[in-house]
Design a protein around this ligand. Structure first.
Ligand code: ADP
Ligand code: ZN
Length: 735
């Protein structure tokens, strides 16, 4: 276990331990002029370089004091709070991530070592101008709305919807003045006292329970469950209000944050100002500003993607993880972590509350709620008039399905009926591109990626074959790459693009839109298309899983799942769970028109009796979770047992196999700690980007010290050059 730092001040010349963002980790230095406190960010000499570090505590000693170098200087940024440092240490221990890497994640803001630059801003300076025009009034209104905040001239003009000349005119008139202000501006204050919507009874009860928990000022986790549209967001916004009233900061994590313009609008409507936003789409300036303001406590609410969890909040009182089951909360790159689990860890160290919201919770959260570890709050119905859609299976074994057709006559009939009423239909197929396989009809050879053990997927809009593993593309061949026969290459199976072709042929008078992440060059373009669909501009939406995520399409009354069997087959631990969640979410998109029949969801399947299909049709979600939980318990699988995955990769298949075997032969530390080792075996995708991949799985009982056992096991073995080894604690899949 990593030692957790104690808050302390160290005078100049004192021997201190500094954690630097380099593999060496913690090193001793001398405190600089003026002294430093625990948590302060500093610049340190490391060989000929200057590196970023954080003061961790008293020096560790152990080498010649005369050789110690002083810290170059302390940085202006607010010191990292003790609970945040502890979080980094514990999260590193849990995920087996070296502490320097954790610090790197936590300091991902541009120009941390540069002093805060100033910028020119506009602020109120005098009385109202003698000549008040409508444009001038709008500018004054913005300043009033934002409670005296200051803006860059162009920013102010933009917010007011006027030209910059109007702002300049007010400066000349002496009403406003241009002055210097720090570059990183505080965020406008959110007003928690503005009234929210009047809540329905079960919403009220849930909101009260959350308010009560937050007022307690202690750690706790709540699973807030309710179907899409039941009003969960409305409820957790009440929790945010309570947190803001207590003077603490709140964080709302969303999957696909770049798509949630609607959510930001809702926050603004509720609290009178927009929250801080943190995701890959924000500018460097915004990134820097939010990072600093989180640290100073000058942003009340942050809405962000999973990495927002590593912002240095001064006093975090609430973390909401919306759509908590979503797989995008799991990061599987450099640092392997689950933002949902790390949210719980972080909150437990900061006396904060966690709200996990979902219509289809992860099995982990479901079991934790059942055992009483989490509080569970249920919203039982959709808010207001809305009802869950009717559900039915279309048994494809009884449908006329000629080749290259994927819409059954029954589903087509249902689409026709919506078209006649001017309502929207959604056809869901979780496959990007035109066709998943391109095959030679002469020799049977399928076109694969040169760098990966994966088939190339035809993307007709791009007119290329694309590897979904590495992104490599090649032209669609006219001759077989293997037998060289011309003109026999054929697409096999459907992707959304091919489905769009069928839709165009069968419903020639309807307008259709394909929603697939690869068809949009930017998050903004996707957002605009989604906004257009919401206003009813298209009759048939054809989409991959991006349509499952919380968009509100008010005219949508029919959902057709083209291939409900798609996710059921995998041997993966979570195949059933994922499939269930995805189909339940997609089906939930079908709403009712006011005063009309409920929406309809139709699942095309060859196995209508499969337990997952039956669970979805019957609406007996709890039966599904309980059965799934029982199965996992019997197999000693998560959440009842623990799993860790080890992936080794190397360009040479012999090198990776040898090292994997070597590790397996020296697995006594695992066995001594009660862990089982499975493998090594080739990973399900045995080669990616030219690297050959082997996999091992480690299974242990719930309470086994799996991290310690893995460290002890791996530590003595130095991997060959260029071998990559990653450890994934609580893997989401068997990769
Ligand atoms: P969920 O988060 O469970 O999907 P939302 O909170 O987004 O549900 O609510 C679904 C819709 O119902 C939204 O348009 C929301 O504004 C509306 N809504 C929910 N609760 C209320 C309420 N108490 N009063 C008015 N509208 C509500
Ligand atoms: Zn590839």
């Amino acid at each position: 276990m990593t030692l957790v730092p104690e808050p302390r001040f160290f005078p100049v010349g004192h021997r201190i331990a500094v954690l630097v963002t380099e593999p060496v980790g913690v090193l001793d230095y001398l405190a600089p002029e003026g002294g430093v406190a625990t948590g302060q960010l500093v610049l340190c000499p490391l060989g000929p370089r200057r590196v970023l570090g954080v003061v961790w505590g008293e020096g560790l000693g152990g080498f010649d004091a005369a050789k110690l170098r002083p810290v170059i200087r302390g940085l202006e940024a607010e010191p990292l709070a003790p609970d945040f440092l502890e979080f980094l240490a514990r999260a590193g221990d849990y995920t087996l991530t070296p502490l320097p890497l954790m610090l790197r994640m936590a300091t991902r803001a541009p120009d941390l070592d540069r002093p805060t630059a100033e910028r020119r801003v506009i602020a109120l300076a005098g009385d109202p101008p003698e000549r008040m025009t409508e444009a001038r009034a709008r500018v004054m209104q913005v300043l009033a709305d934002y409670g005296g905040a200051s803006f860059a001239p162009s920013e102010l003009a933009q917010l007011a919807g006027v030209g910059t000349s109007v702002v300049k005119g007010l400066v000349t008139a002496g009403t406003l003045a241009e002055m210097a202000a720090p570059r990183d501006l505080p965020y406008p204050r959110l007003d928690p006292d503005r009234p929210g919507k009047p809540l329905a009874t079960d919403q009220q009860a849930a909101a009260d329970a959350l308010r009560h928990a937050i007022a307690g000022g202690r750690y706790g986790t709540t699973l807030l469950r309710g179907v899409t549209g039941s009003g969960k967001t409305e409820v957790y916004l009440e929790a945010v209000a309570e947190c803001l009233k207590a003077g603490r900061q709140a964080l709302v994590l969303l999957p696909e944050i770049a798509l949630s313009a609607e959510f930001l609008d809702r926050v603004e409507a509720r609290f009178g100002a927009r929250p801080g936003e943190w995701h890959s789409g924000i500018t460097r300036t915004e990134r820097r500003r939010l990072w600093h303001m989180a640290g100073r406590g000058e942003v009340g609410l942050v809405v962000g993607a999973r990495s927002a969890l590593f912002l240095p909040f001064r006093d975090l009182g609430l973390i909401v993880v919306d759509e908590e089951h979503d797989s995008s909360y799991k990061q599987e790159d450099v640092v392997f972590y689950s933002a949902r689990d790390m949210a719980v860890l972080r909150a437990s160290l900061s006396d904060a509350q966690v709200v996990l919201a979902s219509a289809t919770p992860s099995l982990e959260s479901w079991v934790n709620a059942a055992s009483g570890k989490y509080q569970r709050l249920d919203l039982r119905s959709r808010y207001g008039e809305a009802e869950l859609p009717d559900m039915a299976a279309i048994d494809l074994r009884g449908e006329e399905m000629p080749g290259s057709r994927w819409i059954s006559p029954t589903l087509a009939g249902a689409v026709e009926a919506r078209l006649a009423k001017g309502e929207q239909s959604l056809l869901f197929l979780n496959r990007r591109g035109y066709a998943p396989v391109t095959v030679c009809r002469a020799c049977g050879q399928q076109v694969g990626c040169d760098q990966c053990d994966a088939r190339m997927v035809e993307h007709r809009f791009q007119n290329r074959l694309v590897c979904h593993q590495c992104g490599e593309t090649k032209p669609i061949p006219t001759a077989c790459p293997s037998c060289k026969v011309e003109g026999r290459m054929a697409p096999v199976g459907p992707g959304v693009e091919r489905l769009a072709e069928e839709v165009a042929a069968r419903f020639p008078d309807a307008t259709a839109t394909v929603l697939s992440s690869d068809l949009f060059h930017s998050a903004r373009a996707l957002k605009e298309t989604i906004a257009e669909i919401s206003t009813g501009k298209t009759d048939i939406i054809i989409g991959t899983q991006i349509v499952a995520k919380g968009h509100n399409f008010p005219r949508l009354t029919l959902v057709g799942v083209i291939d409900a069997d798609l996710g059921l087959q995998g041997a993966d631990l979570r195949a059933a769970e994922r499939s269930f969640q995805l189909m339940r979410q997609v089906a939930g998109r079908a709403g009712r028109q006011p005063g009309d029949a409920p929406g309809l969801a139709l699942l095309q399947t060859h196995q209508p009796d499969h337990p997952v299909i039956r669970a979805i049709l019957s609406g007996e979600d709890e039966r599904f979770w309980d059965a799934e939980a029982l199965g996992r318990q019997g197999a000693g699988m998560p959440p009842y047992g623990r799993l860790a995955g080890i992936i080794l990769s190397h360009p040479d298949p012999g090198v990776v196999a040898d090292f994997a075997q070597h590790l397996a032969r020296h697995a006594a530390p695992l066995r001594d700690a009660g862990c089982e080792l499975w493998g090594p075996a080739p990973a399900p995708i045995a080669r990616i980007r030219g690297r050959h991949r082997m996999r091992m799985l480690i299974r242990a009982a719930r309470q086994a010290p799996i991290q310690m056992a893995i460290s002890d096991w791996l530590a003595p073995h130095k991997p060959p050059t260029n071998l990559r080894l990653s450890v994934d604690i609580d893997p989401q899949s068997f990769f």
